[in-house]
Design a protein. Structure first.
Length: 681
């Protein structure tokens, strides 16, 4: 296909923006201004916004027209009502940018949507980038569960054949597309249908040379409430089902034709787990025509799929599909009622070598549902919570609770728990001591008393030695939970509400310190270090950021806080004021924000180090800032003190209207919790 230039497509002359954002608009006057504001205030400003009014009957077109008058980057295109797909296609035809995005007009973009995705694409050359999604409504904001696993970490230049988790990420608006890739494959949204995203996104995942997966939350998806439900929220309408099935069937045939049987199977497994299950779960609220259509079409689809296509699903879903295959509609509706009303309160049943779900028709000889359908697997989940970290004489004591649950209901009996500590080349097992546990209300309401056990593990100091010297290699603590023939091993601990400190220190001989730290990621790490520095509070006053905390660096002499950037030379250094001669020592440092920026005026990440007394330690941030209010941005840009996934402090700066940096994408430390503040010019 010939790729036409903007002038050949009859578009306005002038310098082309790097990014084109297409916003289809139809009867969204309640939400449109908020959506367009989120685009107008992107930290990356070199973009155009093509608003396609799809025959709105409310004030939506007038709102869009106001934006076009006051911001030359916004342009309004009008057309008779033809649906979301037609509006997206019309906007794409008008786009002039090197990159292309589609934003639904009732949703919002995070302020750094364009910056983060463009940065990745500039660095890797991938064909498109995709970012994490939040859901929001009047009650607040939360992780979108359908993509939670896909975006656990950033993955640059990956591919669906190497990371199958991409198959779950089937929506268009959280993505930025390289226009040359879009045109080369002549992507068009299927007009006249809903669920337009899947027939574009899934083929693109296979056709792309590589894809960038960005763990940061870049897109905010609105959950409409009450009677104002969006089209995609009306799953029990027959048209929604028919259009979903048409998209699933198209993609299945495309993958088989272009990429072979293995790709088709991957998608069939994903479609059964996601697309078809969405509609299976609403059969109880659907009419007879919907139910019969579902049974007919889904059975036809399953007949073309491998016999074990449901094998990886939770037992409750395997049971539902078993009944679908046998067209046992009354029994299927009973299972759906059970899932909605009782499942979360039903404990699993111990059987030889594992657990079964105590679900309807188990053991019913009349129906004869095979026993393996009820066997529980991945839905049996273990968790552990740290209640205290402390040094007791010559040992680290880790105390908490652990449980094994399924769908929120506890497995009967107390699990057996032990902790192990792992470092390269060696497995150090902690002494295990499981205590009878009187669980407090704050820690037992979710999982239930019967499925939990308390633990108290001791790690002797001698395990931190290597011969006669202290071993500086870190130890990571893991939990092993066993119950009824099932074993789960994991490394993330939750924090008990009563946990007063995420770290514990113990002075050793010489100038060494043993530290145990529960990191923001949930991992518990034990290590021997020469010193440590932890920020406890931070606040702004004018153009100064004050950081206060505790210092565990032995010896005497002056201390300095270094603010370091890989392209900035020399580093910014500010003196540290010490409050006493005690150990550990309270400290304070004032960081001037005026003029703090990376070379080239681009967004930057600054590391914070404490140096002096013959050593240099990276500053940690020992508290969760996610609940703190953000200070509004000012014209001089933004600075954010963030807590990285490893617990360190980082200072993030960005100038106003910044172009995306070309050199670096933050990948190592996901899940930052940050506190924004104005950066003075």
């Amino acid at each position: 296909m010939k790729i036409m230039s903007p002038s050949e497509r009859g578009l306005p002359a002038g310098p082309d923006p790097r990014i084109s954002v297409v916003v289809p608009v139809f009867d969204v006057e309640r939400y449109l201004e908020e959506c367009l504001d989120s685009i107008a205030h992107q930290s990356f400003a070199d973009l155009e916004v093509i608003m396609v009014d799809d025959g709105s009957t409310d004030a939506s077109a007038a709102i869009a027209r106001r934006f076009a008058r006051r911001d030359r980057r916004f342009r309004l295109v009008t057309q008779p009502h033809g649906g979301l797909a037609r509006a997206r296609n019309a906007g794409a035809d008008q786009a002039r940018g090197e990159f292309l995005c589609f934003v639904d007009s009732d949703d919002k973009l995070a302020p750094d949507f364009c910056e983060l995705l463009l940065t990745a694409l500039d660095q890797t050359g991938s064909d498109f980038a995709t970012g994490n999604v939040l859901r929001f409504d009047s009650q607040g904001t939360r992780q979108a569960p359908f993509v939670a696993r896909t975006f656990r970490q950033t993955r640059l230049a990956t591919h669906v054949t190497r990371f199958r988790g991409l198959l779950v990420d089937r929506i268009v608006p959280n993505k930025m597309w390289r226009r040359s890739f879009w045109d080369a494959h002549a992507f068009r949204f299927p007009e006249g249908r809903v669920h337009e995203d899947v027939p574009v996104v899934v083929p693109a995942q296979f056709l792309a040379r590589s894809v960038d997966v960005i763990a940061d939350h870049v897109y905010l998806y609105r959950e409409r409430e009450g009677d104002d439900r969006s089209i995609t929220q009306r799953r029990n309408e027959l048209r929604m089902l028919l259009d979903r099935l048409a998209g699933v069937e198209y993609v299945t045939e495309f993958l088989c034709r272009e990429f072979g049987a293995e790709a088709r199977r991957w998608y069939q497994e994903s479609a059964v787990a996601e697309d078809l299950r969405y509609h299976l779960n609403v059969l109880g609220d659907a009419d007879d025509a919907y139910r019969q259509t579902f049974l007919d079409r889904v059975n036809a689809y399953l007949a073309q799929a491998p016999a074990d296509v449901e094998k990886g699903l939770p037992a409750i879903d395997r049971l539902k599909y078993h009944l679908v295959r046998r067209r046992l509609l009354p029994e299927l509706l009973e299972v759906l009622r059970f899932q909605q009303e009782e499942l979360a309160h039903v404990a699993p049943i111990p059987v030889r070598g594992g657990w079964d779900g105590d679900y309807p028709f188990r053991g019913d000889r009349r129906l004869g549902v095979p026993a393996h359908v009820y066997r529980l697997g991945a839905e049996l989940r273990a968790s552990a919570t740290v209640e205290s970290l402390r040094w007791d004489d010559d040992a680290l004591v880790i105390q908490g609770t652990a449980s094994l649950t399924v769908a929120g209901a506890p497995a009967p009996g107390a699990p057996r728990v032990h902790l192990i500590a792992v470092r390269p080349g060696r497995l150090a097992r902690l002494r295990r001591h499981v205590l009878p546990m009187r669980l407090t209300t704050a820690t037992t309401q979710t999982d239930g008393v019967s499925g939990s056990a308390g633990f108290q593990a001791r790690l002797p100091l001698r395990r931190l030695r290597r011969g006669r010297r202290w071993d500086r290699r870190p130890l990571d603590v893991l939990v092993v939970v066993r119950n009824g023939g099932v074993t789960r091993r994991f490394s993330k601990f939750g924090a008990d509400p009563g946990l007063t400190a995420n770290s514990a220190q113990r002075a050793l001989d010489g100038e060494a310190t043993a530290r145990a730290l529960r990191q923001p990621s949930g991992h518990v790490r034990v290590e021997v270090c020469r010193g440590w520095a932890t920020a406890r509070t931070h606040r702004t006053s004018g153009d100064t950021l004050r950081i206060e905390g505790m210092l565990g660096v032995p010896g005497d002499g002056e201390m300095t806080l270094e603010i370091a950037h890989h392209d900035a030379d020399p580093e910014l250094r500010v003196p540290i004021r010490l409050s006493s001669g005690a150990s550990p020592q309270p400290f304070a440092a004032d960081v001037p924000l005026r003029g703090l920026s990376a070379p080239g005026g681009e967004p930057a990440t600054w590391e914070l180090w404490v140096s002096g007394r013959g050593g240099r330690e990276r500053l940690e941030l020992d508290h969760d800032t996610s609940g703190e209010p953000q200070t509004p941005a000012v014209s001089g840009g933004m600075a954010r003190l963030a807590q990285t996934a490893t617990g360190h402090a980082a200072l993030l700066t960005s100038p106003p209207a910044a172009r995306a940096p070309r050199r670096h994408v933050r990948t190592a430390e996901r899940g930052s919790r940050d506190h924004s503040m104005p950066l003075a010019p």
